[in-house]
Write a protein that binds this ligand. Structure first.
Ligand code: DOR
Ligand code: ZN
Length: 346
C-alpha cells in the first residue's frame, strides 16, 4: 500500500477568495496548498474591468505577506454590457486569464450576470479569436426548471448552441455535477474541459438532508443523485486531460450559512488536496492525482507546470468543527469527520 505520495504542486482552477477581512482570513488556506488559482470575480460590486481586476489582484497579494510566490489568475465577470476591447486589452496585458459567465441570478452575487448569451456574442467571438478561455457557471435559472435539472437543461439550451456557433472557443464547464455534463465534455473537442470540486466527489444530495437540514452541504450547483457522483468520480480519476482540479471553495460566515435563507457555498480550502487525495485513493487511482491536480489545468490554459512538489502521507486526522480565521467563524468541508491523507511538506 502506498503511504506517501509526492506530486507537482497543484493549482486551484476555481476559487472564491472574497474581499476585505474575509479575503485576509481565507486566502492563506489556498496559498498554503496551491501555486496558482483562478480567482472568481463575483464580488460586490463584481470585477468587470481590467482596472478593477488589477486592483483586486493587489489586495490579494497584500493579504498574503507570507506567500509572495502565490499567483492569483484573475477573471472578468461578464455582464450584458461587457466591453470586448477592455477584456481583450486586459488579457493582452496579463491581467485577465479568463472571463466568467454567470447566468443572471444563478448564484451568489450573480444579479449582474448575463441575461442572454446572445447579448455577449461579440465578446465571445473576440475571446475565441484571442484564445481567451470562457468559464461557465452552467445552470439555467428558470423557476419552472427543477433545481436538480438546471445543469442538464443548460447543456441543451445554451452550451450545445454556443459550441456550434463558436467551435474554437475554449470553455471550462465549471464545477460539473451530472453525468450529462461528463458525457458532454467527453464528446466535445479538446477546447472543452471541466473542473470538478472535492465536495461533488464526496457527497450526493442526501448529504443536505441527513437527519435534518445540513446547510454546510449546500452549494450551487447543488449535489445531485449518487449516479452523478459516481460519474464525476470516474471522470476525475480517468486520467482524461479534460478534467482538472477546481475547488469552488466558497466561504460564508457561519451565521450566513446557518440561517433561514442560508448562502450557497462550501468552504473546502483548508483541506482541499487532502480531500481529493481521499477520493483518488478510494478509487485506486492515486497515480492519477498529479495529472488531475497539477498537469491538466496548466496544459489547458497554456501555462507552465509548477516545478516544486508537495508530499502527502497516509495519516488519519480529525477535521475540526469550526475554524476561527480572523473575526470570521467558518465551518470547513469534512468538519467533524476524518481525512486519511495529510500534507507533510507544502
Ligand atoms: O455554492 C456556490 N457558492 N456556488 C457559486 O456558484 C457561488 C459561490 C459563492 O460565491 O458563494
Ligand atoms: Zn464558484
Amino acid at each position: 500500500m502506498t503511504d506517501t505520495i509526492t506530486i507537482r504542486r497543484p493549482d486551484d482552477w476555481h476559487v472564491h477568495l472574497r474581499d476585505g477581512a474575509m479575503l485576509e482570513a481565507v486566502a492563506p488556506f489556498t496559498a498554503r496548498q496551491f501555486a496558482r488559482a483562478i480567482i472568481m470575480p463575483n464580488l460586490s460590486p463584481p470585477v468587470t474591468s481590467a482596472a478593477s481586476a488589477a486592483a483586486y489582484r493587489e489586495r490579494i497579494m497584500t493579504a498574503l505577506p507570507d506567500n509572495p510566490g502565490f499567483t492569483p489568475l484573475m477573471t472578468c465577470y461578464l455582464t450584458d454590457d461587457a466591453d470586448a476591447d477592455d477584456i481583450a486589452a486586459g488579457h493582452a496585458a496579463g491581467i485577465f486569464t479568463a472571463a466568467k459567465l454567470y447566468p443572471a441570478n444563478a448564484t451568489t452575487n450573480s444579479a449582474h450576470g448575463v441575461t442572454d448569451v446572445a447579448h455577449i456574442m461579440g465578446v465571445l467571438e473576440r475571446m475565441q479569436a484571442i484564445g481567451m478561455p470562457l468559464l461557465v457557471h452552467g445552470e439555467v435559472t428558470d423557476s419552472d426548471i427543477d433545481i436538480f435539472d438546471r445543469e442538464a437543461v443548460f447543456i441543451e439550451r445554451v452550451l450545445e448552441k454556443l459550441i456550434a456557433a463558436l467551435p474554437g472557443l475554449k470553455i471550462v464547464f465549471e464545477h460539473i455535477t451530472t453525468e450529462q455534463a461528463v458525457q458532454f465534455v467527453d464528446s466535445a473537442g479538446p477546447n472543452i474541459a471541466a473542473t470538478i470540486t472535492p465536495h461533488h466527489l464526496h457527497i450526493n444530495r442526501n448529504a443536505m438532508f441527513a437527519s435534518g437540514m445540513r446547510p454546510h452541504a449546500y452549494c450551487l450547483p447543488v449535489a445531485k443523485r449518487e449516479q452523478h457522483r459516481l460519474a464525476l468520480r470516474k471522470a476525475a480519476t480517468s486520467g482524461s486531460v479534460k478534467y482538472f482540479l477546481g475547488t469552488d471553495s466558497a466561504p460564508h460566515e457561519i451565521h450566513a450559512k446557518e440561517s433561514a435563507c442560508g448562502c450557497a457555498g462550501i468552504f473546502n480550502a483548508p483541506y482541499a488536496l487532502e480531500s481529493y487525495a481521499a477520493v483518488f485513493d478510494e478509487e485506486g487511482a492515486l497515480d492519477r492525482l498529479e495529472g488531475f491536480a497539477s498537469e491538466h489545468g496548466p496544459k489547458f490554459y497554456g501555462l507552465p507546470l509548477n516545478e516544486d512538489r508537495v508530499t502527502l502521507k497516509r495519516d488519519n486526522f480529525a477535521v475540526s468543527d469550526k475554524l476561527q480565521a480572523g473575526d470570521a467563524t467558518l465551518v470547513p468541508f469534512h468538519a467533524g469527520s476524518e481525512l486519511i491523507w495529510r500534507i507533510v511538506q507544502a
